[in-house]
Design a protein around this ligand. Structure first.
Ligand SMILES: [Zn+2]
Length: 318
């Protein structure tokens, strides 16, 4: 029997747990609500329960596992396996999640932030294969990222590297969840697409964005649907999105000089709608030799990246 690893993707609303083989294939997986309001002990019990369940679903025993990897929102202390605090896990303060899980499972446990786990997963098993300096950026409700530099995961001094969602793009831009103004994620996340659409609707602009879902809050996907139907307001919003993504990516290329960047997350599934405009901005704003060597592509792992990334924290030892 080959080697198996358990990957746990801990998020603010859901916990995804899966068994992954050494080729990066998810054998079985399970998604449960986090119920973060129940407190960290209850959440950790639910994680343990989900590990037991996926083992059972996979017809495996604990001794078949070579470790458990956990991807979590930060800031973290990865050496000590602690969630220091997290905007997505309200009430969590210095939670020693790795040790608590180790109490039940006598296995190597690795904790890292979800962006770092994801880049490792995409590097080992996705479109990052063969790349040496590789960046993964997730664009969904927020924007996160991770980097592999010279073939190694780049954690930064205390494992919080590549918080690119909070690099300032426009000093007088909209307020971000972090308290600052004009952060990359306040301008280019899926949330900001929805916010921009809502503003245009409130201003009385003529658009079909909300035709299907009257009175429901605008979602980024409605904007893309409307843009695909030629809606002018929606196309304008997508163009703005493409521009800010291009600015952010250009900064990242100038900083890290990667040979490949992969985009994941919900917004990336619509990449055909903004790719050329985004790349036009990248080309205009990036130092030419840096732009010339860097390929920008869509990530390959899709929805499973959280689990595969977490499992990669153990699998990367090979
Ligand atoms: Zn911010």
């Amino acid at each position: 029997m080959g080697r198996f690893v358990c990957g746990v993707d801990l998020g603010g609303t859901k916990i995804s747990t899966g068994i992954v083989d050494e080729s990066g294939k998810v054998i079985q997986s399970l998604k449960i609500p986090t119920n973060v309001e129940e407190g960290s002990d209850a959440v950790i019990s639910r994680i343990n329960m989900s590990i037991d369940k996926v083992l059972e679903m996979s017809n495996l025993k604990l001794h078949n596992l070579s470790g458990i990897g956990i991807g979590a929102p930060g800031p973290l202390d990865i050496e000590k396996g602690i969630v220091v605090y997290s905007a997505n896990l309200p009430g969590w303060r210095d939670v020693p999640i790795a040790n608590k899980i180790k109490e039940k499972y006598e296995l190597p446990i690795r904790l890292n932030n979800d962006g770092n786990a994801a880049v490792l997963g995409e590097y080992l098993f996705g479109t990052g294969r063969g790349s040496k300096n590789f960046i993964y950026i997730t664009i969904s409700t927020g924007i996160g990222a991770g980097a592999v530099i010279d073939g190694k995961l780049f954690n930064g001094a205390n494992s919080n590297a590549l918080e690119v969602g909070h690099m300032t793009i426009n000093t007088s831009g909209p307020k971000c969840g972090c308290g600052n103004h004009g952060c990359f994620e306040a301008l280019a996340s899926g949330t900001s697409i929805a916010r921009r659409a809502q503003k245009m609707i409130d201003e009385g602009r003529e658009t079909i964005i909300l035709v299907q879902e009257k009175n429901a809050p605008v979602k980024a996907e409605y904007v893309f649907d409307a843009a695909r139907n030629g809606d002018k307001v929606a196309l304008e919003i997508i163009d703005t999105e493409a521009f800010y993504l291009g600015v952010g990516i250009s900064n990242i290329i100038n900083l890290f000089n990667p040979d490949k960047i992969a985009l994941g997350g919900g917004v990336s599934t619509q990449m055909d709608m903004f790719y050329s405009k985004m790349m036009q901005t990248v080309t205009e704003r990036t130092l030419r030799p840096n732009a010339a060597i860097c390929e920008v592509v869509r990530a390959k792992l899709g929805n499973e990246i959280g689990i595969i990334g977490a499992a990669s924290l153990i699998l990367c030892d090979d």
